[in-house]
Write a protein that binds this ligand. Structure first.
Ligand code: CTP
Ligand code: MG
Length: 425
């Protein structure tokens, strides 16, 4: 897919994103497009690919009752990709204004039907003027690359619809009950994906034809072919798989979190955190989750536990979930004066919510005091407990009298953490 047309080739193309299904097989307690995937709805991921392809119109077809949620998601995607906020009046279901060749696409949210075919038909009814090519796309194929939209759209011709498809890799058998009846020649077969693209006028006519016949077709290409259209295929992509079952959702999550090898093993991620605090007169030192009577305290917005703070940054960094300032800083007065173990426990929760388990943490501080080795095991146990049991190793070193730790002005800490993507229930 290297010789792709420029994005401007979608200047007269509309994408109908069908997201009105109930997701029975996923069974995740909400209509499938609204099920969370790495902290965002499946639909939000799907719209990333759609808007990145820069079509002239985006029509989003959703279950009744979820129009307002869908509008919020659509407007956010619109703003992210075009840098332009849409006035609410432009996110509407009726009488869409003509598609323009420049700027943000026209968008619409409408309610779908009982079947996918009816949902697509509802989308076709609000095509804008000036659209000549229609791509019909399953929201459930949430990770479809933008280039796939461009490749399909570019191949559409008068009288010719286009589907992305992948060769079938498994050895196939025709079966009857428990009996294997015959082998099937897989070289004749391909697995169809979306978006499927068609010339507008002919697709609308084909839908009219199907409605008159009262026939439900397996996909838009079959419906188009039944009305006499030709259908060609271009190469699809592994990432455009349809999220149908809980296993598919897990596969999508693995791809998003490993950001490397689709379908490969979940790759652990590493993070680093540092923290420095100055000693302050008065108070009692709090470090590595322990009180140190007789030692000077460290300054800080919270308890000044630089070891705990460095661990928090290492963990959040490893998971790509922000940093300590974002989650616990001055914008969160509820954490003023809080102990480091409160930060650690909350950080473990943030990671779990984001789909990460903690592998291990290693942390070292530089400072002349406190004398640490006698309490190492105690500190490691307390820090590990605060993180829900993940192993934590703590060490201390002096700096040969050099720098601020060597002059006894404060403590510098470095932490590294390893985290693993996990299945979100
Ligand atoms: N779809 C739709 N309207 C319907 C049925 C399906 O818009 N009445 C959409 C789905 O939202 C999905 C796509 O068509 O994006 C493909 O359908 P499928 O994967 O079967 O999704 P669901 O029908 O939601 O799932 P299930 O069949 O497991 O209930
Ligand atoms: Mg279905």
């Amino acid at each position: 897919m290297n010789d792709l047309p420029p994005p401007s080739s979608l200047a007269h193309t509309a994408v109908i994103v069908v997201a009105a299904g109930s997701g029975t097989r996923l069974a995740a307690g909400a209509p499938k497009a609204f099920v969370p995937l790495c902290g965002r709805a499946i639909l939000e991921h799907a719209l990333d690919g759609v808007f990145a392809a820069a079509p002239a119109q985006v029509i989003l077809v959703v279950p009744a009752g979820l129009e307002s949620d869908a509008r919020t998601i659509l407007e956010a995607a619109q703003t992210t990709f075009t840098g332009r906020e849409m006035p609410p009046s432009e996110v509407r279901s009726d009488n869409p204004r003509p598609a323009s060749d420049e700027g943000a696409p026209v968008v619409a949210v409408i309610v779908g039907g009982e079947t996918r075919q009816r949902s697509v038909a509802a989308g076709l009814a609000v095509l804008a003027d000036g659209i000549d090519t229609v791509l019909v796309h399953d929201a459930a194929r949430a990770l479809t690359p933008p280039a796939q939209f461009a490749a399909v759209s570019a191949a559409v011709r008068p009288g010719v619809g286009v589907i992305p498809a992948l060769p079938v890799v498994d050895t196939l058998k025709r079966v009857h009950g428990e009996e294997v009846v015959a082998p099937v020649d897989r070289s004749e077969l391909a697995a169809a994906q979306t978006p499927q693209g068609f010339p507008r006028t002919e697709l609308v006519a084909a839908y009219g034809h199907a409605e008159a016949q009262g026939i439900e077709y397996t996909d838009d290409a079959a419906l188009f072919a039944a009305a006499g259209g030709a259908v060609r295929h271009v190469l699809g992509s592994e990432e455009a798989f349809k999220i149908t079952t809980p296993h598919d959702l897990e596969r999508a999550r693995m791809i998003l979190t490993s950001s490397a090898v689709p379908d490969g093993p979940a790759i652990p991620r590493i993070g680093i955190g540092t923290d420095v605090h100055a000693f302050a007169p008065g108070g009692t030192l709090r470090l590595a989750g322990l009180d140190w009577p007789g030692e000077p305290a460290l300054e800080g917005h919270s308890d000044g536990d630089a070891v705990a703070h460095a661990i928090v940054d290492a963990l959040l960094g490893a998971a790509g979930l922000g940093d300590i300032g974002q989650h616990f800083g001055t914008a969160h007065p509820e954490y003023a004066g809080a102990h480091g173990d409160v930060f650690l426990a909350r950080t473990a929760e943030i990671l779990a919510e984001g789909g990460f388990a903690i592998g291990n943490v290693s942390v070292q501080f530089q400072g002349n005091r406190p004398r640490f080795s006698a309490r190492r095991a105690e500190a490691e146990r307390v820090l590990s407990e605060a993180l829900g049991g993940a192993p934590v190793a703590v060490s201390a070193t002096t700096t040969d009298g050099l720098g601020f730790p060597g002059r006894g002005e404060g403590i510098a800490v470095t932490a590294v953490a390893l985290v693993h993507p996990i299945a979100l229930g």
